[in-house]
Design a protein around this ligand. Structure first.
Ligand SMILES: C[S@@+](CC[C@H](N)C(=O)[O-])C[C@H]1O[C@@H](n2cnc3c(N)ncnc32)[C@H](O)[C@@H]1O
Length: 397
């Protein structure tokens, strides 16, 4: 691609690369010119996750190539100097490379980036910015910038992923709206031998509002794919739960899905849905989410006061779930580990609850090898999930 050497920022209205462009009409959406607070939070989650993902995959001693796809990437840099997803991804890749890959004697994976936006000018801005800020070097992996329609790419990628041997892919889908997105896209992207993960951003507020009044056909078909009955929904939060459940049913038990909610000042709710075909990657995503905000497990709520702590209140919902399942039947450490994650909580949360129930003498615990059960040890971790799935069984008295 031909590029210029000067630094440009995007005006999303006239597409000029002049920061002081006077052509911007009043109607121009602020979110297209500046990176807003909710987008900052979104990009932060994306960046934190990419970092964890790279750390794990680069250390798995197996993967030779990692592919990062940002299918609606935008220009990477905004007028208010906010950085968008492709730039954040490149910063994380650069950090991973110099802190870690470059220093090792063993062969480490290449990290290939594919950034796409239908708007050619945005891709040019991104290209210039990457070059000016020296964000990419060829020894990291390939950098592929394209300006194709999402729909073409999303239909091509599954075939590509299915041919992966020692490669992994992470796909970020960040549209302005929801019109292009279909649940089957997600399923097709995941259905590739546990090689891929997907992060999808949806404008819940708009979708919910439209679901209630004069639902456009495209939203009707989106909702009906996921078996969502608009009439039963009382608010946006119920819509998010219905979407999560709908996705869970649509993609099936082999895959995991969780949601992460962002609420803007003026009551505008957005939601990131995270899909994984691998429980380890999914656990890491949940850790990232809980690190950013632990409020009620519903995600980061933007109110200018981002610091929220994991309080005992938030475990109540999980405690209810646990009591419900442990009352019926005994469960193994593997089942409880998976159950906890599928509910969007972390093993350490369940451990806290089980410790409390144990102190109250409400648990029957049995180890497979009949050795003495150590107090507070419930084996809720990935290693035991994989290697000693029935080390311990737990039931409520
Ligand atoms: C919400 S923005 C992406 C923001 C970006 N992820 C960031 O962090 O800055 C959505 C982008 O999708 C692009 N777009 C719209 N329709 C598209 C399509 N059909 N295929 C690919 N890109 C599209 C727009 O030009 C816009 O830049």
């Amino acid at each position: 691609m031909q590029t210029e050497t000067k630094s440009f920022l995007a005006c999303a209205t006239c597409h000029s690369r002049n920061v002081t462009c006077k052509l911007k009409p009043m109607s121009t959406k602020k979110s297209q010119i500046n990176l807003l607070n909710h987008s900052e939070a979104k990009v932060k989650l994306f960046g934190d996750y990419i970092q964890k993902y790279l750390n794990i995959i680069c250390n798995d001693k197996y993967t030779k190539s990692i592919h990062i796809f940002d299918l609606f990437c935008g220009p990477g840099i905004y007028e208010n100097k906010g950085e968008g997803s492709p730039v954040i991804a490149l910063r994380k890749i650069k950090k991973t490379f110099y802190h870690f890959i470059d220093k090792r004697p063993i062969k480490s994976p290449k990290i290939h980036c594919h950034f796409n936006d239908i708007d050619q000018e945005k891709i040019e801005i991104l290209d210039n910015h990457i070059k000016n800020k020296k964000l990419h070097y060829n020894n990291f992996g390939n950098l592929n910038l394209t300006n194709r329609d999402y729909i073409e790419l999303v239909n091509e990628l599954p075939t590509k992923f299915k041919a992966f041997k020692d490669e992994k892919a992470f796909v970020f889908i960040d549209p302005f709206g929801y019109k292009e997105i279909k649940a089957e896209h997600i399923l097709n992207l995941l259905n590739c031998n546990n090689k891929s993960e997907v992060l999808l951003w949806l404008p819940i507020q708009f979708m919910y509002r439209f679901s209630k009044a004069g639902t456009p056909d495209v939203l009707k078909s989106f909702n009906s794919q996921l078996n969502i009955n608009n009439d039963e929904l009382k608010n946006e939060w119920e819509y998010i739960s219905a979407l999560k459940e709908g996705f869970e049913n649509f993609i099936g038990e082999n895959y995991l899905v969780d949601s992460f909610t962002l609420e803007k000042e003026e009551n505008t709710i957005f939601c990131l849905f995270f899909f994984s075909s691998h429980i380890r990657g999914y656990e890491k995503m949940l850790e990232t989410k809980w690190n950013i905000d632990t409020e009620q497990g519903r995600g980061w709520k933007y109110d200018g006061n981002q610091a929220t702590l994991f309080s005992s209140l938030e475990t109540n919902k999980l405690e209810e779930f646990l009591i419900q399942i442990l009352k019926k039947n005994q469960k193994t450490n593997e089942e409880i580990f998976e159950y906890t994650l599928r509910k969007g909580f972390l093993p350490k949360h369940t451990t806290q609850i089980l410790k409390k129930l144990q102190t109250e003498n409400r648990l029957i615990l049995r180890k497979k090898d009949n050795t003495k059960v150590r107090k507070g040890a419930f084996y809720l971790n990935y290693k035991d999930y994989k290697d000693s799935f029935d080390k311990l069984t737990i039931k409520l008295k």
